[in-house]
Design a protein. Structure first.
Length: 713
């Protein structure tokens, strides 16, 4: 314990000595009036003598009726004790923990005495026995309300004193509680939380129960907290900061609180909303802010779902309460109007600076020679607190392999680690495993796909820094439409783009979106868009025409509600800040209003003979052993299949080769195509399979005979 903590502990022990004098005086009075002072079972039963004394007492007369003002001398001694220790604290350049407690919780002198009396048994075990005697119950080792009030020299019948223990600053501030609620008020025991006792003894540790809901507060300077700091200096006790994507109200709040000489205690609203006993945790957070001389910052307040009781429990006056969130302020949250401010989004340059700062702070990073930190990190739309964690994750990954340098892959892994699980419940996550070299597409289609990547990389610079999409609540998102027949490479292309950007691909499952009940589809879509806004990923709506279809003429109520759904989607797509890809087999089914709001439209054609041959080669891969006579040019020219069908046939051929334990040959390929034709319901014509028709055999024909035919030609 440091010198300041020792001073607080000595001060508390000195005050305990005065509390002991009060207890000794009351014990002497009780023993003098005890008819059986030597009874070993005293406090375990009600004796006749005790009952007679109770009956002799005048109705309405309490046992403490003769103690009013009796401890006046001890009150003065307490004041003298406080004055001595204040002088010592001033000489040490600090203050007393008890004085800070009185100021921050608004305690009066009687409340201080009640608190110290309640603390006594937790400081000195002798008080357990003392209180057991005074309570006339050896099993109850804490002071009852009646005993505590009597030790303060007050009357139990005084309504003001009773209120101090029922709804006064001690109780509202979480400094003291009454146990045994089923007992009458005089018999309820006083109890002080361990955190408060530790604070009075000079301890600086935070309330352990708050650990699961605390939010990280980055120690960095970003943004301009001057307006918020001025509001706090002028007496604003409640503030609301509305955050833009990548902006951090927590960082601004920390800067403003530091300017006022206060610390910062941050609570994550999402964790708080999902915690057990959240109201008690909110009160504990408010108490901790007062104990720590810190402003209370609550992030993601929209997650509290308008719980007025929870908002009220966060009141930590006179410490400032600063709320941050992405939604507009709702007057129903709290009766008091807040000071409101906007938190701007970080530019790509600022985010790169934050990455550089954190990578240097965490021990330095040996960057790969070809790594452009600014260009790579521009893809990741993270807040400062997220960048702090992502940089640590990236460094841990790079250092796990001795001698390796920090690469773009490590940074992407750290950024993806910050993706929450909310979108995983609404969409299927795919970690990209393909790249540009795996795509077999005509040059115009590849160029259009590369434009999607380019827009994603530079959207913050173009739409944010340069303001090329101003007004009307437009987001900084990128939306693209992939149209083409099934199997032409739409989903794979989306995966390639996600992989090139270092992001995960989230495929929306339409079964979780479309709902027959009016308004439910829009709610499901809002959940997806809201979850995707906080995720560094690519959102893919497969078979998008099911929900992005054309609006129709209103002929009945069904048409009206369908059009409302489409209108909602039009607005939501325009305000979306992420990267969304829509895929459809029928471009004509997409509403024209959607296509106008799309950044890139790409038509995926069926592959021609040249591209089909390349697809066969790519789908068979490099690890599958091939026979020397594979005629892939024939396969591409003879069979008009989509890329997806070729991939499926290649897998089937590999299974046939595995069954034969042989290199893959033409017999395996043509039989795989034969099976694919049957799946699609297409006729198999001998002229298509020439000169390999003799290798196509019924399923019951053994595959080893196919091999013999191939070997003999």
């Amino acid at each position: 314990m440091n010198a300041v903590g020792e001073l607080d502990a000595h001060h508390l022990l000195s005050r305990m000595a005065i509390v002991e004098q009060r207890v000794r005086a009351l014990l002497a009075e009780r023993r003098a009036d005890d008819p059986n002072p030597g009874d070993p079972y005293r406090g375990l039963y009600l004796s006749e003598e005790h009952l007679a004394r109770l009956l002799a007492r005048v109705a309405g007369q309490s046992a403490d009726s003769g103690v009013r003002g009796r401890f006046a001398e001890l009150d003065r001694e307490s004041q003298d004790c406080d004055a001595r220790f204040r002088a010592m604290a001033a000489a040490a350049g600090t203050g007393l923990a008890l004085d800070r407690l009185v100021a921050n919780f608004g305690l009066a002198a009687p409340e201080v005495e009640l608190l110290l009396i309640a603390v006594a048994a937790d400081i000195d075990p002798r008080f357990e026995s003392f209180f057991g005697y005074l309570n006339d119950d050896v099993t109850r080792r804490r002071p009852s309300s009646a005993v505590a009030i009597e030790l303060c020299g007050c009357l139990l019948s005084d309504p003001g004193v009773r209120n101090r223990l029922i709804d006064g600053p001690l109780v509202r501030g979480g400094l003291l509680g009454l146990s045994d609620p089923d007992r009458p008020f005089p018999g309820r025991a006083l109890q002080v939380p361990d955190r408060v006792i530790g604070y009075l003894l000079g301890g600086k540790e935070l309330e352990p129960a708050l650990a699961p809901v605390l939010a990280e507060v980055p120690a960095l300077d970003w943004g301009d907290p001057a307006d918020l700091a001025a509001a706090l200096r002028s007496g604003a006790g409640l503030a609301y900061l509305r955050e833009q994507p990548t902006g951090s109200g927590t960082v601004l709040a920390r800067g403003a609180l530091r300017a006022r000489g206060l610390g910062t205690l941050a609570v994550d609203g999402v964790r708080l909303a999902g915690a057990s006993g959240k109201t008690e945790l909110a009160r504990a957070a408010a108490r901790e802010a007062r104990l720590s001389d810190a402003g209370l910052v609550v992030t993601n307040v929209q997650a509290l779902d308008g719980d007025r009781g929870l908002f009220a429990a966060l009141d930590c006056a006179p410490m400032p309460l600063i709320l941050t969130g992405t939604a507009a302020w709702d007057p129903e949250w709290l009766d008091a109007p807040p000071w409101q401010g906007a938190v701007p989004a970080m530019s790509s340059r600022e985010r790169a600076e934050q990455w550089q700062q954190y990578l240097a702070r965490d021990g330095g990073a040996d960057l790969a020679e070809d790594l452009d930190l600014a260009e790579v990190t521009a893809l990741f739309r993270l807040r400062p607190e997220h960048i702090a964690r992502a940089s640590r994750t990236a460094l841990a990954q790079s250092r796990s392999n001795p001698g390796s340098r920090l690469s773009a892959g490590h940074l992407a892994l750290g950024a993806r680690a910050e993706n929450g699980a909310a979108l995983d419940k609404l969409a299927r996550r795919i970690e990209p495993g393909v790249g540009w070299n795996d795509l077999v597409l005509p040059p115009p289609v590849r160029s259009a796909l590369q434009e999607v990547e380019l827009r994603a990389v530079y959207r913050d610079r173009v739409l944010g820094d340069w303001g090329m999409r101003p007004g009307a609540g437009r987001g900084r998102g990128v939306a693209a439409l992939f149209a083409g027949d099934s199997g032409t490479g739409k989903t794979m292309s989306a995966e390639v783009i996600a992989g090139a950007l270092g992001l995960d691909l989230y495929v929306v499952d339409l079964s979780t979106v479309v709902d027959k009940y009016v308004g439910e589809t829009e709610k499901n879509l809002e959940r997806i868009f809201s979850a995707a806004a906080g995720v560094n990923g690519v959102l893919l709506f497969d078979e998008a025409d099911a929900i992005f279809g054309k609006r129709s003429d209103v002929k009945d109520a069904h048409d009206r509600y369908a059009n409302i759904e489409s209108a909602y989607l039009l607005q939501r797509m325009e305000s979306f800040d992420g990267l969304a890809i829509l895929s459809t087999n029928l471009r004509a089914n997409i509403d024209d209003a959607f296509t106008r709001r799309l950044d890139v439209l790409i038509d995926f054609p069926m592959p021609d003979a040249k591209h089909r041959s390349l697809l066969w080669d790519r789908c068979l891969g490099s690890r599958l052993r091939r026979a020397g006579r594979l005629d892939l040019d024939f396969m591409g020219a003879a069979f008009e299949l989509s890329g997806g069908a070729i991939r499926s046939a290649a897998v089937t051929a590999a299974y046939l080769a595995a069954h034969d334990d042989a290199a893959l040959g033409m017999g395996h390929l043509v039989n795989a195509v034969h099976g694919e034709y049957r799946k699609m319901g297409r006729l198999t014509v001998e002229s298509e399979f020439r000169p390999y028709w003799h290798l196509v055999r019924p399923a019951e024909w053994r595959s080893d005979e196919i091999r013999k035919v191939e070997e003999t030609g």
